[in-house]
Unconditional design. Sequence first.
Length: 326
Amino acid sequence: MAAAGANFGESAGWERVQWFGAPGSPNENHATFGRDEWFERSGAEHTATRSGVTLFDQSSFAHIMVQGPDALALLQRLSTNDVNVAVGRIVYMPWLNERGGMESDVTIARTADEEFLVVTAAVQRTRDLAWLRLHAKGAGHVSVADVSSGYTTLSVMGPRSRELLERVSPADFSNVAFPFATAREIEIGYSLALAFRMSFVGELGWELHIPTEQTLGVYDALMAGGADLGVGHAGYVALNTLRLDVLPGKGAARQPEARDCHERQISVTTASTRVCESIREGSQRVRNAKVPENVFNSSSRVSQTSQSSWLIPSAGKRRMDPYSRC
């Protein structure tokens, strides 16, 4: 990546590519409110992903394996979406606490009857691992293991991603054989990889979760196989502009398979609805709670007026619900 011109940022101790300069150029990130070189470069990456195919290095993803006869029951308890799906299906959802607040935002693939792979953000790795282990205590026969060091993630994104993958793998990447939100173990190059048909960029695409020691071979195969397709690199700046650029209905005119994005939006909307319901229940419990009189005293930074108008319903007074738009 460095040789390809990567300009790195940092997340949770990981070096992550923010954008790519010219091949062999030094890493030159500048703190400025102006439009530095990154603006044009990441814009080109954005356009290349929309029109062709690009590779994203997302190896900072954390991977947590949950296994055992009671793995499903544990994840069902923690999740806002139904994870009792067929082997090979992927479910995206938030995790909430008992107050309805957000704990994390995860993707879960069911890789066997009693095995689930949880993929989460780099910044959530320690927290999610602790959250799972906390709730696994007394949950029966279930094990939780951090397997992050065993995987790297290369994402192949863009309308020509299928064409590229079919050149380097014997797997069937058609819509029928490999629909959206499914996971398959595939051969690619001289390696095996767990391929997720998921996309954060609103285009056709796959995340390839690859054994760490085999990643370089997979990368070389993808770059060689996509040379005449103009395969390029893209970083997290482009990833964020791509995901923000997607609006409901917008992709339909761009390509038939833009329903990938729409299906993801439906999945997220379904999960978000459950989040909002939990938040409403939690905020209602807070508003109805009886606060002991001695909690608020003259030295308290929260006034009695603030307490009565915010936590406890007042007759004749309209309360502002911070979650009313959910």
